[in-house]
Write a protein of this length. Structure first.
Length: 81
């Protein structure tokens, strides 16, 4: 457990950030699932937004975000054929 005053404050901040990170990750995964289920351009746009926000906040890395977007777009293109 944290001993110093700074460590206690950092721990409180990390707990707060954890809530936001979990919320962002849940939004990301649900958006990706919606694209896989609906296979629509509108769902893809919402997924792109969720993926970009997660990457911007540091929940996922930039390359991971790009890879997810590429695979979703490829899946959507394959489904339309």
């Amino acid at each position: 457990m944290a001993i110093t005053k700074n460590a206690k404050k950092a721990h409180r901040a990390s707990l707060t950030k954890r809530v936001f990170n979990i919320r962002r990750k849940r939004a990301l995964s649900s958006a990706v699932k919606d694209v896989r289920k609906e296979m629509s351009a509108e769902a893809l746009s919402k997924a792109y937004q969720a993926i970009d926000k997660a990457a911007k906040r540091g929940v996922i890395k930039k390359n991971t975000a790009n890879r997810k977007k590429a695979r979703l777009a490829k899946a959507l293109a394959g489904a339309k054929k």
